[in-house]
Design a protein around this ligand. Sequence first.
Ligand code: ATP
Ligand code: MN
Length: 463
Amino acid sequence: MTPTIHELLSNDKALGPVTVKGWIRTRRETKTAVFIELNDGSCLANIQCVFSLESAASDTNKPEIARATTGASAVIEGMLVASPGQGQKVEVQASAIRILGEAPVESYPLQKKAHSLEFLREIAHLRARTNTFGAVARVRNRMAFAVHEFFQSQGFYYVHTPIITASDAEGAGAMFQVTTLDLDRVASSGKPDYEKDFFGKPAFLTVSGQLNVETYCQALSRVYTFGPTFRAENSNTTRHLSEFWMIEPEIAFAELSDDIELAKNFIRHLVTTALKDCADDLAFFDARIQPGLIAGLEKVSKGEFSQMTYTDAVKELEKSKDSFEFTPFWGCDLQSEHEKFLTEKVVGGPVVVTNYPKEIKAFYMKQNDDGKTVAAMDVLVPRFGEIIGGSEREWRLDLLEKRMDELGLKKETYSWYLDLRRYGTTPHAGFGLGFERLLLYVTGMTNIRDVIPFPRAPKLADF
Ligand code: ATP
Ligand code: MN
């Protein structure tokens, strides 16, 4: 393998003969030379390849340079030298060029310097070649690795929870059904016969790995999942995808305060890693996408998180009732506008909100002694609100069963989950971090469809 542009640019000791391979970003001709900017996605920066007029005019180079248009793939040979120009430490004094694949000017869609994110979404198969999407992909990669780094360094075991599930009422969101029944037949016969379906009963794509991972938590103590999750909510927001990746740690012998501590340390680790290892890409986002991004992240990496109860949060919101489309009141599910207000106007940074009304939270959350709230916590961040949702779990069998009865949940379906309380139950807690929400936060991108390579959303499943 030839060295990547990232390797060449970060290692200026290797001056001397080189071969570089990549996609042409620009070609520029001056009175003294031809400049070709080559990018291979290994980093944000291009490498500048300079052809003297003589070299550019050689029999072999001349026709190739003519084909060297934006988007074409090329191999360039020459000498890596210290750059006399500004803006780069090294450049290639080029002696030979070969075009591998042309990108005709008439049809290659990425001609302009700047394209709208909406337009790029329609060409998801090519958008990774832009600065923005290359940067998103690199940050996404680093953050995925940092997730494992964090948990592995703290004694957590990675558990693969299933994607297909038959427990249908977890309550986290609407589900996609998985079936091998012939839908045309079902339509004409009027009713599906689930006994004939693949699993002999209705099955779905998971909305959360939590219930499954709790079983391993009650055996290995500290565990986490990191996998795809599906929600069929018909919500066309900039914060929701139909298919997204979720990270769900679960800790045994732990209470809500341990859960909050873990969430804060986790976010801090991710943000600190991004600042340290994705500095160029973050500088790009700061300059082009979200001014002030780095300053905000630095505050989080060093600073404390604020914390308040749901009840206090609602009091704060009620003071500014008129700023909202949806009037806040005790018992309401916090809307994204409320969450943004709390983080941006009330605390000026991320905030952990605790002890939500039990009516707006899932059945498995631990009931507090007040009879009204549960030991839940959401981490909210500026710009879009909820990034983490978590709780201490109800670990007392009688109380959990009572709550399931109240909500009309079938205990038979959850017998395995109840067994965890029946045999050797422990106080335990966990949370879910939406990986793409984290990426919105770290990159400053504003639409969640732009931080996953191939977004899935209502009426959107191309590529
Ligand atoms: P929201 O109120 O924002 O829809 P939620 O309460 O449904 O979130 P949870 O069920 O607590 O979210 O899921 C845990 C985490 O998963 C959320 O904090 C969020 O980061 C992420 N998440 C939830 N739904 C989606 C989605 N449709 N697309 C992307 N991420 C999501
Ligand atoms: Mn939701």
